[in-house]
Design a protein around this ligand. Structure first.
Ligand code: NAD
Length: 286
């Protein structure tokens, strides 16, 4: 039976460090690390994600401001608001809650956030730094997966990792971070021919497809590390991409949903806000 990895516990350790750094900044330089969240429309999940981030900031002694814009806002107006936040010296981190209304160019909007305030790590410059292995503002979910792996205390070099999902916010940047840890990485996607075969050879499986129960328990190699990034709403609550009970029978370590990657992703976001507020050596915004 697998060891259950407690994402909440790991995240509370990181949040304690964030809170103590925030206190130090406030006392020494009167800087209050500040996150601005831009929320377009009233999508229920987006509203609740932003609320979660506001609460986490409050608990850790960070300031948060939420810019709420109506669904009818034009892309030009949204870009102008982002530009205003880029120029606002009291704001250190900016996130634009996705998804955006249909018709908006997500790429353009994400690229409009100043790279040194891009605490989601989605800007092309920050993604490029991840690919080069240069420290910068790292995308939060891939960073969270690495915190989990590092916490296990097992040698990672040479392990075979399979990531299910090739998105720009999870799968692709994570593949770079795992390569930097010397794992041998395969990235699977909707056109992968035999997902079961790929997963069954993996020492580390990261499921990030957004398909409930896609990764079957019987595919898991005995003793493997299984990290479930997926969050799929069901009438009885959130479930992951991994068939949890059956996978837990075979895995060495497994993350639950909820309570695994999710809380750590929020912790990594706040960590990015604090590093943005101390200037992490990235190019300054205008
Ligand atoms: P996405 O839709 O952008 O990408 C999904 C990827 O999965 C795609 O690359 C696609 O090719 C692949 N995929 C989909 N169905 C597949 C299948 N049947 N076989 C193989 N590959 C398949 O999604 P995303 O934004 O990367 O998010 C993925 C999941 O992770 C979602 O459930 C999302 O809610 C969750 N997520 C969780 C957190 C967190 O903090 N816990 C953060 C980000 C995303």
């Amino acid at each position: 039976m697998a060891v259950l990895v407690d994402g909440r516990k790991l995240s509370s350790t990181i949040l304690e460090e964030v809170a103590s750094k925030a206190t130090e900044l406030r006392e020494k330089s009167s800087v209050v690390p500040t996150l601005a969240a831009v929320l377009v429309g009233e999508d229920g999940a987006s509203v609740s994600y932003v609320r979660q981030k506001e609460k986490a900031c409050e608990r850790a002694g960070l300031r948060s401001v939420t810019v709420r814009l109506p669904e009818s806002v034009t892309e030009g107006e949204l870009l102008a608001r982002i530009d205003g936040l880029n120029r606002d010296r009291s704001v250190h981190g900016i996130i634009v809650q996705l998804p955006l209304p249909r018709g908006m160019d997500v790429e353009r909007v994400v690229s409009a956030v100043a790279p040194d305030k891009d605490v989601d790590g989605f800007h092309p410059l920050n993604l490029g730094l991840v690919m080069r292995g240069t420290p910068g503002l790292m995308p939060c979910t891939p960073a969270a997966v690495c915190v989990i792996l590092d916490s296990l205390g097992i040698p990672l070099a040479g392990l075979r990792a399979v990531i299910v999902g090739r998105s720009l916010i999870v799968g692709r940047p994570l593949s770079c971070l795992l390569l930097q840890r010397d794992l041998t990485v395969t990235v699977c996607h909707t056109r992968t021919r035999d997902l079961a075969d790929e997963v069954s050879r993996a020492d580390v499986v990261v499921a990030a497809a957004g398909r409930a129960g896609l990764v079957r328990g019987e595919w898991i190699k005995p003793g493997a590390v299984v990290i479930d990034v997926g969050t799929n709403p069901t009438p009885s609550g959130l479930i992951g991409d991994v068939e949890f009970a059956a996978a837990a029978e075979r895995a060495g370590y497994i993350t639950p949903v909820p309570g695994g990657v999710g809380p750590l992703t929020v912790a990594m976001l706040l960590k990015n806000v604090v590093s943005a507020s101390t200037s992490c050596g990235m190019p300054r915004c205008p």
